[in-house]
Design a protein around this ligand. Sequence first.
Ligand SMILES: *[C@@H]1O[C@H](CO)[C@@H](O)[C@H](O)[C@H]1NC(C)=O
Ligand SMILES: *[C@@H]1O[C@H](CO)[C@@H](O)[C@H](O)[C@H]1NC(C)=O
Ligand SMILES: *[C@@H]1O[C@H](CO)[C@@H](O)[C@H](O)[C@H]1NC(C)=O
Ligand SMILES: *[C@@H]1O[C@H](CO)[C@@H](O)[C@H](O)[C@H]1NC(C)=O
Length: 595
Amino acid sequence: MVLIRSLILAASAVLPAAAGVWPLPKEQSLGNGTAWINSRVKIEITYAQASNASTTYKLARSSDYSSVTRRRTSQQGLAETRINAAVERAKTQIFKENFVPWMFHKKGEDFTPKFTRKDAIEIKTILIKQTEPEPDNSADAVIDESYTLTIKQDAADLKKATVEICGKSSLGVLHGLTSLTQLFYSDGDNRIYTPFLPVAIADAPKFSHRGLNLDVARSFYSVDDIKRTIDALSWNKMNRLHIHITESQSWPLEIPSMPDLAAKGAYIQSQIYSVEDVAGIYLYASMRGVKVVLEIDTPGHTASIAYSRPELIANFNAQPWAGFCAQPPCGQLMLDSRDVDKFMTDLYTDLLPRLKQSGATYFHAGGDEFNANSAAFDPTVGSNSTEVITPKLQRFVTFIHNQILAAGLTPVAWEEMLLDWNLKLDPKVIVQAWLSTESVQKIVNKGHRAIVGNYQFWYLDCGHGQWLDFRPENFATFYPFADYCSPMKNWRLIYSYDPLEGIAADKAHLVLGGEVHMWSEQVDGQVLDARVWPRASAAAEVLWSGNKDANGQNRTQVSITPRLAEMRQRMVVRGVQASPVTQFWCLQNPGDCQL
Ligand SMILES: *[C@@H]1O[C@H](CO)[C@@H](O)[C@H](O)[C@H]1NC(C)=O
Ligand SMILES: *[C@@H]1O[C@H](CO)[C@@H](O)[C@H](O)[C@H]1NC(C)=O
Ligand SMILES: *[C@@H]1O[C@H](CO)[C@@H](O)[C@H](O)[C@H]1NC(C)=O
Ligand SMILES: *[C@@H]1O[C@H](CO)[C@@H](O)[C@H](O)[C@H]1NC(C)=O
């Protein structure tokens, strides 16, 4: 399809002004006509209903989507609830959370279309269709997230226009609604219009796993902070929230059968995620097409367990710490202890069925930065040699992965378990790379599915300086106190990262997608939005659309900036305090800020 993106009355036709959907759809054709959306627009939803005969499906129509009462399978019921909720959100976003896009037009320019009842084309109907029954919720099923979206004048009455959104799954329908909300602006007088009539979009993601990893243990985030982050993920068509929920520094997760774990391991009693909090986060995410992947990192990064169970942790808070762990406090689960085995079994027995009940399909067992020198102080290991440690580590990891598999969940592991310790992992285990591009190649060459997110590109914590204090004798060595992964990964660098770099074509299907990482040594709820957004949006576009155009060329930055800035503006008006992309002058004069 041809891409037409000229705005009406745009003085400079050389470069497109900010336009519409982020991340960029696979195929889109946008016109330059104006259509106003009527605030009493009629919304008709057609749900797919599975019949018992597996080959034919009956389409049930409901004009009042809020009172659907017919019988349905539970997966389909979830799909309908999800679509209904998304429609309500889309209405709010289009009519109440919109903006006048003045920052994308030259100073003094009259770009806002004028509503005159006589001439106006009005959108009177939105048709929404889920065309196939909701697929099973399983970790291995690749859900079809594609959708089509059209806005066109009615042949019978050219003063009327109709929106039609079709998705095979509820997720496709959600993405269509998300795109729809991004095609409308306010005229400043409470009227909402699209300048893109007619619209024809046919869209689908490049990668199935498009995520953010949020560390909620080094710093605690309120449930509202997490939900707001889920909102923004869904607006960017990201579909995974990996929550790194425990760490060496704190254990903020309630485990009812072991109440002292959080009571003693959290920073303070008010910073604990209850059973209800976790279930609520899963539900909130599911309604927005986001799957939560909870991580309890093991066997390293577990010192906080020692506050309630010192007998399980080797080398707790060893000092000086630098030889024994990546961060203070040191401490790792003992590798070959029946007490640790019982602890892990009790923990998983309590937690995993609840996660499964909440719709989880993955569970992240961790596995990064296991420290050999700390293992030397583990009485069940007693050596830092690879030969001694590896079989014990293999036993531990197999033991916990088997429990995750037995609970009906797919384990996720950090790359070190596979690549540094050369453990044999169940073929189902998904391996998360973070250290390099070569890691991804090695993971898929070993036949495992991979999640990418090289720290030199996709770590959002980098470049904010050290959080450690330096003793006088080390002051000069570490001056000016840049952190290990400095500099800050700006959106252009994030955008330049290709998840398939160096991956053979016949292995590409094993790269499920990627995650950007928000480690929280120096981030909390006060600054979360600005630290994550809109940089994570850059990764979202790489994961949804790829970072190259249809001809395989890198997209030009000048074509991305106004779109990203507009996405940032949408996030801001919807309550996410995303950072600015550039100064307004550059947005008002597209193309004039190139070097
Ligand atoms: C709108 O698009 C049509 C068809 O491409 C074109 O002929 C017309 O000049 C455009 N109008 C403006 C104001 O850009
Ligand atoms: C259809 O499904 C319902 C509910 O699962 C079941 O009770 C019924 O027997 C099924 N009918 C056929 C023809 O399989
Ligand atoms: C084990 O400890 C020795 C002595 O401290 C050290 O030289 C060696 O590098 C360590 N080996 C590993 C694998 O960490
Ligand atoms: C395209 O981007 C890649 C990084 O993603 C870079 O290495 C390469 O030089 C760019 N190519 C051109 C022609 O700009």
